[in-house]
Design a protein. Structure first.
Length: 76
């Protein structure tokens, strides 16, 4: 009997210039999608993650390290 296991994946969220939410899971190459709001984007990402997991036999291709922020003074 195979037990289901809850997994937690990192998700990056961006907002583009048109107000569209872009979400991606950095553990899987090319694993990204979008939505007109966060909820829609996350629902779409769940489907994309499932496809990525099936293609890669549940093994992530990248190792997620963390999030960093780069600060600098712009002279523009």
């Amino acid at each position: 009997m195979k037990l289901n296991k809850e997994i937690h994946l990192p998700v990056l969220v961006e907002l583009d210039e048109n107000g569209v939410f872009i979400v991606s899971c950095p553990l899987y190459k090319g694993c990204h999608t979008y939505g007109k709001n966060i909820d829609e984007a996350m629902i779409n990402l769940r489907e994309v993650v499932q496809m990525c997991m099936e293609e890669e036999e549940s093994q992530p291709s990248n190792t997620y390290i963390g999030f960093r922020e780069l600060a600098f003074i712009s002279h523009a």
